[in-house]
Design a protein. Structure first.
Length: 225
């Protein structure tokens, strides 16, 4: 970062995957590099942010599963050090507890296919295994389909699956995955605009983009009786 700025190879920077303790932000402030954060605005900096309401999206998915009749809902989350992971976990726990379902099961991972498989095997091996699992991305959700088939757990009749991202993966598998769909194009456009304004010293301020919508497909249904 320091070298790029010293050599003026960049006019500004977009900072993604914010950590709860992010060492990049003090450096950006020290060097006065025009920048935009892709994530929630932070009280410890004046760097503008472009963000979406991760918590609201998670609550929509939990409410949908509860409306179907699910009472044992688990979450396979991403890296715990990432700020948006913590926001989503907190929203998930609050939503589940708000429905009076008790402390939910949450497994933290590194977002990979392998970790998605491992977490799914762990959850489906429990005596009180969940009837629905929410995954933090599409890769882990598709991995879970393989594990369910391996263990003789029918999706969606025995297990409902919700992916945290919507992509071609979600419609290439069978059953197709219910997923949270984010408007990535709008996210990118707003991020570019805020960065351009910051470079031009126009002080754009932070902007919120639309909340993800739940796209219902064949991987979710009511839990077994």
């Amino acid at each position: 970062m320091r070298l790029c700025w010293a050599e003026r190879r960049v006019d500004g920077m977009v900072v993604t995957d914010l950590w709860t303790e992010d060492a990049r932000i003090p450096v950006l402030e020290e060097l006065q590099i025009p920048a935009v954060l892709v994530g929630r605005p932070r009280p410890d900096t004046e760097i503008p942010a472009v963000w979406t309401d991760d918590a609201a999206a998670v609550v929509v998915a939990v409410d949908y599963l509860v409306a179907l009749g699910h009472r044992r809902i688990a979450r396979v989350a991403g890296l715990s050090a990432l700020e948006h992971t913590q926001v989503r976990i907190a929203a998930f726990r609050q939503a589940v507890l708000g429905h009076g379902l008790g402390e939910p099961q949450v497994i933290e991972t590194d977002y990979t296919w392998e970790e998605g498989m491992r977490a799914t095997r762990t959850l489906l091996s429990r005596r009180d295994r969940p009837t629905a699992i929410m995954f933090d991305n599409d890769v882990m959700a598709t991995a879970a389909l393989n594990v369910a088939q391996e263990m003789g757990v029918a999706v969606p009749d025995d297990l409902s699956i919700v992916a945290g991202d919507d992509s071609q993966l979600c419609v290439m598998v069978r059953p197709a995955l219910t997923a949270l769909s984010w408007d990535i194009q709008a996210y990118g456009v707003q991020t570019a605009r805020v960065l351009a304004d910051t470079i031009d010293d126009r002080s754009p301020g932070s902007r919120q983009v639309g909340t993800a919508s739940l796209v219902v497909r064949s991987s979710t249904t009511s839990p077994p009786a």
